[in-house]
Design a binder for this molecule. Structure first.
Ligand SMILES: Cc1c2[nH]c(c1CCC(=O)O)Cc1[nH]c(c(CCC(=O)O)c1C)Cc1[nH]c(c(CCC(=O)O)c1C)Cc1[nH]c(c(C)c1CCC(=O)O)C2
Length: 341
């Protein structure tokens, strides 16, 4: 067994108790994050200041000793680096100026890596400062999910603006998706060059598309990113997280080439076990069970451990931890996982 358990699992080994980390593990449920955030100015100042980004990335590792550390940044730094404006307002989430076909034709890729240089510096420093046994994860958003925010200018309940745009202006939308796929692949390659051990691609809005659109806007661009990253870094594992993909999960690993599947909490554990027969899976505790705590948390964790213990498995939530989650519930979850027999 190697030193970094998550890398063993991603190679197909069964490790029990399983390694564990949480999506959004650096964030507002942690008092030390809220403290750093207060002094930082805005959220983007955290993302682009390597001192602060390293500090908040390390906070959950110090407190909980997770098996993976995920770079602190945001999926929307990619459109920002392409010259689109981006703001985060308290309580409102991300705000961008909606892009149209003209804006897509004018996207500026020249300064892309200069803009993201602080992120690469953060990754370099993290690999030096993290414990040896901690896997360092880089990440990006999948083109479809990033495009939904670029088109609407903000989050929406079902991403109807981007779905409509894709149906009415497929050529312009295709140009946007291709641009995002190519830039995201380069972005991941640079993160790996800087020291990331593995990467995760977040397709948080994969669940709102019909079959034709899922194939075209989720599967194809994901396959393109995976192929480009593999050309440069053939051995670096890639975790795909097509949240809400439902029945589409079945063919997703084969069609995109991702190493491992991130499962949201709606994926039944029987399905998860079948997906696990083809490679590593990660997930999938309902984040609300972590807020509720007590028996709701205990039975959720037990069911997952029981179902997925016999194959390659990384324990995670089915989506990001939310600000309301009590820190003691995270402790209880970790105790149950780490003491599992
Ligand atoms: C869709 C998406 C975004 N960002 C991200 C996704 C994909 C995963 C998902 O679906 O949650 C990914 C992301 N965002 C953040 C990380 C950091 C690493 C980690 O997981 O700890 C990661 C991996 C920090 C963040 N990104 C954001 C915060 C909260 C901002 C703050 O501190 O004020 C953090 C810690 C802001 C953000 N960023 C985004 C939204 C919609 C919001 C607002 C919602 C919210 O406030 O929680 C876009």
């Amino acid at each position: 067994m190697g030193q970094r358990k998550i890398l063993d699992v991603l190679k197909g080994e069964t490790v029990f108790p399983p390694p564990v980390w949480m999506m959004r593990q650096a964030g507002r449920y942690l008092p030390e994050y809220r403290e750093t955030r207060k002094h930082a100015g805005g959220f983007l100042d955290l993302c682009y200041n390597p001192d602060l980004a390293v500090e908040v990335t390390l906070q959950p590792i110090r407190r909980f000793n997770f098996d993976a550390s995920i770079l602190f940044s945001d999926i929307l730094v990619v459109p920002h680096a392409l010259g689109r404006d981006l703001r985060f307002e308290e309580g409102r989430g991300p705000l961008l100026t909606p892009i149209d076909a003209g804006g897509i034709a004018r996207l500026e890729t020249d300064g892309f890596h200069d803009h993201l240089a602080p992120v690469y510096e953060t990754v370099r420093r993290l690999r030096k400062e993290l414990p040896d046994e901690t896997t360092l994860l880089g990440f990006c958003g999948a083109p479809w999910t990033v495009a939904t925010y670029m088109i609407a200018g903000h989050g929406t309940p079902d991403q109807a603006p981007a779905r409509m745009f894709a149906l009415e202006q497929p050529e312009a939308f295709s140009a946007l998706i291709d641009c995002l796929a190519d830039c995201s692949a380069e972005y991941l390659i640079r993160q790996i060059d800087a020291g990331a051990d593995a990467v995760q691609i977040f397709d948080s809005w994969a669940g709102v598309l019909d079959e034709l659109s899922f194939e075209r806007w989720c599967v194809k661009p994901m396959a393109r990113i995976v192929a480009k990253v593999r050309e440069k870094h053939p051995d670096v594992p890639i975790i795909g997280f097509p949240k809400g993909a439902g029945a589409h999960y079945a063919g997703y690993r084969r069609e995109t080439g991702v190493t491992a599947l991130g499962l949201d909490w709606t994926v039944p554990l029987g399905t998860a076990r079948r997906l696990q027969a083809e490679g590593a899976v990660q997930g999938n505790l309902d984040p609300l069970r972590l807020i509720a705590g007590g028996e709701a948390l205990h039975e959720g964790v037990a069911a997952i451990l029981d179902a997925l213990r016999h194959g390659p498995f990384i324990f995670n939530l089915g989506h990001g931890i939310t600000p309301k989650t009590p820190v003691e519930h995270v402790e209880a979850m970790l105790k149950q996982i780490r003491e599992a027999e």
